[in-house]
Design a protein around this ligand. Structure first.
Ligand code: COI
Length: 357
């Protein structure tokens, strides 16, 4: 893919204090953009200064949410190299989302090339301090003008990026999670396995209600019986019960997280039995009562590995690991971030180098 470059003449002020970045609040100098026109395919790949889009009020995405996105990060290593973590998995997942939303695919190698091009041009925006990274947000939206409900014939693929710290205000400190038993996030046949904006829009109300009660996020149950654990607002979730690890299977209603599959691989390498399947919330609470719920953690690009210290379901509360991060959660966090920031060898071939920093 040929990429045209138009670099900014007015670079922005970079964040003065990298310890106060928060999550994706300020965006870097450039963005990658590419257009799709039916009959012509994807064309006009370009890196341009970060800027607003001019959108007709009748643009399809504004009305019918034909939109998908991804999330990945660029890391600066101690020897000042910039690298990505499994970007090809994000490219492949974006195409799975695209298929479900009737959006044209982008070849995975073009996706990775586009991400690398943006990261390289804005490499000075990749933060330096421990635990911080450059969060990358690729997205595609339907750009036809008109109010008929059809697949669009025009799309825009864009990638933006933001120097970021931890997703949760708690950082690596354990979070409290509210188990949602009224609203649902996904059901068989719907879009639960995709990263489409609509999934997140529909989740905001429950998230807001949980936040008002002091919970970081909600844990969604399956949309049919409201019985089995699925995922948390911005991450997959795993439970260590009596030595075994349980997480929901990716059978259409759960996001197939890149961090999720990496963590499962690490756990299996270390000899843990990992069960991907149905886990009833009632059994989680029972395990907690019996002292068998040893650890709970979430996994996600933004969330990394986030320990959970409390689960509230109806009138029951499970307290986990005495409110502290569990030993396995800590080891997973250290190993994953060690690989991502280049402190540990990349024995699994998960790292894609981008450039010198
Ligand atoms: C990510 O982890 O990259 C995500 O996309 C989650 C997001 C909703 C913050």
């Amino acid at each position: 893919m040929e990429i045209r470059y138009e670099l900014t003449k007015n670079p922005k002020q970079k964040p003065a204090d990298e310890s106060k970045l928060g999550f994706a609040k300020q965006f870097s100098d450039h963005m990658f953009v590419m257009d799709y026109t039916e009959g012509e395919g994807w064309h006009d790949a370009r890196i341009v200064p970060y800027q607003s889009f001019s959108i007709d009020p009748a643009t399809v995405v504004l009305h019918y949410a034909q939109e998908i996105f991804e999330g990945l990060k660029a890391y600066r290593t101690a020897d000042n190299k910039i690298q990505l973590f499994r970007p090809e998995c994000n490219g492949a997942r974006m195409n799975d989302s695209a298929d479900r939303l009737c959006i044209p695919n982008i070849p995975v190698e073009d996706f990775v090339q586009a991400v690398k091009a943006l990261v390289e041009v804005d490499k000075d925006w990749v933060p330096h301090i421990d635990g911080s990274s450059y969060y990358i947000r690729p997205f595609i939206f339907a750009n036809d003008v008109g109010l008929g409900v059809h697949a669009s014939k025009h799309y825009i693929f864009c990638i933006i990026g933001a120097p970021s710290g931890a997703y949760y205000a708690e950082g690596i400190d354990p979070v409290r999670i509210y188990v949602e038993d009224d609203y649902i996030r996904a059901a068989p046949g719907l879009t639960g396995f995709t990263k489409c904006g609509g999934n997140y829009a529909a989740s905001i109300k429950a998230g807001e209600m949980a936040e008002r009660q002091g919970y970081a996020q909600v844990l969604w149950l399956d949309g049919v019986e409201k019985k089995y654990v699925e995922e948390v607002g911005s991450m997959n979730i795993m439970f260590k019960i009596d030595g075994k690890i349980y997480t929901a299977a990716c059978t259409g209603t759960v996001l197939p997280g890149v961090t999720r599959r990496s963590i499962i691989e690490l756990c299996r390498d270390w000899g843990y039995e990992v069960i991907e399947g149905k886990l009833a919330i009632a059994d989680v609470m029972k395990a907690a009562q019996e002292g068998k719920l040893e650890e709970v953690w979430g996994t996600g690009t933004a969330a990394v590995v986030s320990p959970v210290k409390e689960l509230k379901w109806k009138d029951q509360v499970a307290y986990i690991s005495d409110g502290k991060i569990g030993a396995l959660t800590q080891k997973l966090y250290d190993t994953l971030t060690g690989i991502q920031w280049g402190k540990l060898p990349d024995e699994k071939g998960w790292i894609t180098p981008v450039c010198e920093g």
